[in-house]
Design a protein around this ligand. Structure first.
Ligand SMILES: [Zn+2]
Length: 256
């Protein structure tokens, strides 16, 4: 249960912290209108075709899956997704020197749009803001590829080598980027406060940063709408709307 006292206590911890890290999941972006893909009401759970688009084997093998994926990307970007109060609060924490790193499971790029420094965001599942060629590895802005789709190309190939293009996200069947995972784990080992926001903390290996931080002596603060797998490790659990809780955790200008 959320109380004013609990909020105040967490705000004091954040103000006193020497190295705080945030781990964010789908829940921080649902208030921006982005569906949770993996949850019980998730897009992939309810729509097997959507899951196919996110599975590398189907994406490579089936041009129809790719054409559908491009139409979906176009529809996603046409909705002009905006960061919400939760993303903005984390960016503000960084600006005031209270947050070293955001590790995110989200691919929407909303932390950077909210003002978090790109070099302080680890996107463990990649990003929809870029495309990558599956043959030569070249990356390019998503918007440029979408312009080609708008102009009539249903499945635009790589302009350098003709290979298959895909959003620069980690699809099912693809490995995480080792360097990103290592960076996230290092940060967890060295932080003294880990703020886990909007994640059920059930997707591994990234959920493993919570026990890593806890084992290293960090305080764990969980902000989520529902119970998580890691509630037993938490020093504080704040339940409710992420967009209303996070702004209240930003210490004021007097350093508390
Ligand atoms: Zn290529």
């Amino acid at each position: 249960m959320r109380s004013e006292a609990a909020l105040e206590e967490v705000r004091d911890w954040i103000a006193a912290s020497r190295s705080a890290v945030a781990l964010t999941g789908a829940g921080i972006s649902t208030e921006s209108g982005i569906p949770d893909f993996r949850g019980p009401q998730g897009l992939w759970t309810k729509d097997p075709q959507a899951e196919k688009m996110a599975t590398i084997r189907h994406y490579v093998a089936d041009p129809e899956v790719r054409r559908r994926a491009w139409r979906t990307r176009l529809a996603t970007f046409d909705r002009a997704l905006r960061p919400n109060a939760g993303h903005l609060a984390l960016a503000e924490l960084e600006r005031r020197g209270h947050l070293d790193l955001v590790i995110t499971q989200n691919v929407d790029g909303l932390h950077q749009l909210a003002g978090s420094s790109p070099e302080r965001v680890v996107e463990i599942h990649g990003t929809i803001r870029e495309v990558v060629c599956l043959a030569c590895g070249e990356r390019a802005p998503m918007e440029r590829a979408l312009d080609r789709v708008r102009a009539g190309e249903e499945d635009p190939p790589c302009t350098s080598c003709g290979g298959i293009l895909k959003s620069a996200t980690i699809s099912f069947g693809q490995s995480l980027v080792e360097a990103d995972l290592v960076r996230a784990q290092r940060a967890a080992e060295h932080c003294d406060l880990l703020l886990a926001v909007g994640s059920t903390l059930s997707v591994y290996p990234i959920a493993g940063v919570v026990p890593i931080a806890h084992g290293a002596g960090a305080r764990i603060v969980i902000v989520n709408g529902e119970p998580t797998e890691m509630d037993s490790l938490a020093s504080a659990i704040l339940r409710g709307s992420i967009g209303s809780i996070l702004p209240q955790l930003v210490p004021d200008g007097r350093g508390r």
